[in-house]
Design a protein around this ligand. Sequence first.
Ligand code: AMP
Length: 185
Amino acid sequence: MGPQGAGKGTQAALLAERLGVPAISTGDIFRANIKGGTELGRLVQEYTAKGDLVPDSVTNDMVRDRLGQADAADGFILDGYPRNAAQVTELDGILADLGVRLDAVLELTADRDELLGRLRKRAEIEGREDDTEDAIARRLDIYAEQTAPLTGAYSERGLLVRVDGIGSVEDVAERVAGALAGPRG
Ligand code: AMP
């Protein structure tokens, strides 16, 4: 977990490689479908472009399907899901049905100024449709309102690991590895 621009995608990919499990990013799956012109892509485009959350009915089914695929049988890293309280409940159900449990919930932290700076830079480099000023502000607001509070529930379950996301990619990756080796709370 962590706000847009905290480095979730980058760190999830590095960690996935280190652990030999797939990194599953709901945002990446949506973007690939939009690019490929699929039915799912057409369905979600109006939401992702504005920075709004895609409806839970669509997102939850997609995650259930993805986590049930063979390459996720020995573990996975989820990036960008769950993002609201209903998705936390849905994920609990999906995992129970699959007979697996979360080992940890990693939260990458960064302050809003740092995030805005990184997202504006990414906008110049990648040209993502939702890296406009309006959509960036909207996504950070939704994160603060709906997603950030979820870490409390995972902390109560003893799963939360919080890592400072400010610094070089390598430094943060080392912090992540160290934090996951230590106690959770
Ligand atoms: P991200 O790359 O994680 O920032 O996701 C890009 C966009 O995909 C978000 O702004 C949402 O529109 C959509 N999205 C990704 N994950 C979710 C999710 N768990 N629930 C709803 N919408 C999502």
